[in-house]
Design a binder for this molecule. Sequence first.
Ligand code: SF4
Ligand code: MG
Length: 335
Amino acid sequence: MDHLLEIKDLSVVFHIFGADVQAVRGISLQLNKGETLAIVGESGSGKSVTSKAVMGLIPNPPGEIATGEVLFEGKDLVKYSKKQMQKVRGKDISMIFQDPMTALNPTMKIGKQIMEGLIKHQSLSKHDAKNRAIELLQLVGIPNPEKRVDEYPHQFSGGMRQRVVIAIALACNPKILIADEPTTALDVTIQAQILDLMRGLQEKTGTAIILITHDLGVVANLAQRVAVMYGGKIVETGTLDEIFYNPKHPYTWGLLSSMPKLHAKTDKLLAIPGTPPDLSNPPKGCPFAPRCPHAMKVCTEHMPAYTELSATQKAACWLLDERAPKVDPPATIGV
Ligand code: SF4
Ligand code: MG
C-alpha cells in the first residue's frame, strides 16, 4: 500500500543538562491519503515531539533525530535541508497549534497573514492572494470576510482566531495537516464547532490529518485510526472502533476509563495513578509497568513486542503473550 507518510523507527533525543532525554523511542506509523490519524497520550508521551519531527521543527541543539526515517511520498524528510523543509512546510504539510494567539502575529492584519504563504508558495499576485484569503475566511465560516480580512487578531474571539489559523494552514492545499491539541484552549461549545469545521473541511479538501491530543472525546469526533503513545513509544494502534470497543493495552484501558462518560451522573475523572516514566532514564521493560495494575515480573525486565490483533490493530503488552494470565478490561471503559 502506498502511504502518504511513513514514519519508520523514529527516535528523537534531547541533550539537556548533561542528560539524554529519549522523547521518542523507535516509533513506526503510517498515514494514508485523506484519513485522520489521532496520536493520543498524556503530556510527555512524545506525541508533540513526533509531530515536530515530521515538520522538521526539532530544535538542534538540544534536539536530534537519532534514528529513523520520515518518508513523505517516498522521500525522507529527515535528510532534507532547512531550506527544503521550509518549502514542505506550509505547502505540503502544515500545522495548527493549540493556542491561536501565539500562532498569529498580533501586529499584522489577518488577511496579510493568510496571503503570506500564498504569495510565497503559490506565486499569487497580491490581488489574487487577497481574494483567495477572503475565500478561505468564508470556507472556515467567518462571517463578513471582505471586511474582516483587514482586521487584526485581537478583534477576533478565541474560536474565530482558531478558524483563522486553520485558514492559514489550509491556504496552500496541504496534503497533510498536523493539528496539535487544536481545541484544547477553547470552551466546549466552540470546541465542537471547530471539530465540525475540521471534519467538513477534510471532506471537501481530502487533506490527511494527524491529530495530536490527550482528549479521547476529540478523537471520537474526528479520527478513523488511533495510535496510543506512552513513554516515547506507541503502545497500541487500531481503528477508532478497535481502540474504543476492543482495546487490548492496559494504558489504553486507563485512558478510556478516564474519559468523561456521556450519561455519567458525576463528571469526576478517574485519573491513572502515578506519573509517566523519566525518559532520561527510560525503563528497561514496558514503560507502563510502574503504573500498570497487571504488571508481571517480565514486564519490568523486557520490552513487550507487538502482537498483531487484526490487520489494523496491534499492541505491545505481555498480557497478549499466550503464557500470560487472562485479564479482562475494566468494566469502567465503554461509552
Ligand atoms: Fe502492564 Fe506488563 Fe502489559 Fe506493560 S506489558 S502494560 S506492565 S501487563
Ligand atoms: Mg504537547
